[in-house]
Write a protein that binds this ligand. Structure first.
Ligand code: ZN
Length: 160
């Protein structure tokens, strides 16, 4: 069957950035399972998945706007070091989970200054054009329960 809205599909992937650095891949950890049409994967990829069948392989360049979005400079803020529990241990690249008005967010420290740190709320891949190599490994009808729960059950998914 072809990949259509509300079906379960699985795929192997290799994700590289514009500098051809491999950012992520499914090799050795099994394919990624998702339900088509529910925003589980980035929009640019979800659109390309439509009508694919098991065994299809393709490559795609996806612009930032269809991936993790453009970088927003207003998501970068300067915060006093004293707001952190261990102000002396702060390093660039450290990540924190915080609750915001828009829900949970991951902030990362982009720069450590004398009295302050620069924190960045952009997704680490925001602003990046991404390159995917994809191979479809499974397509099946989703169960009623999977659609109600909004996630895949069984192999590659949840057990509840
Ligand atoms: Zn469930």
């Amino acid at each position: 069957m072809k990949i259509v809205k509300d079906c379960v599909a699985a795929f192997h992937y290799k994700l590289t950035n514009d500098k051809t650095e491999v950012i992520d891949h499914s090799e050795g950890q099994g394919p990624l399972y998702y339900i088509q049409g529910h925003g589980h994967i980035i929009p640019g990829l979800e659109t390309l998945m439509l009508d694919k069948v098991v065994g299809d392989k393709f490559s795609a360049d996806i612009e930032a706007v269809d991936a993790y979005g453009e970088r927003k400079e207003e998501m970068v803020q300067i915060v006093p070091r004293s707001q952190f529990e261990e102000p002396d241990s702060l390093q660039p690249g450290m990540q924190f989970n915080v609750e915001t008005d828009m829900g949970p967010m991951v902030l990362s420290i982009s720069e450590v200054l004398e009295e302050e740190v620069k924190v960045d709320g952009n997704h680490p891949l925001a602003g990046e054009r991404l390159h995917f190599d994809i191979e479809i490994t499974e397509v099946r009808v989703a169960t009623e329960e999977e659609l109600t729960h909004g996630h895949v059950h069984g192999v590659g998914g949840h057990d509840h």
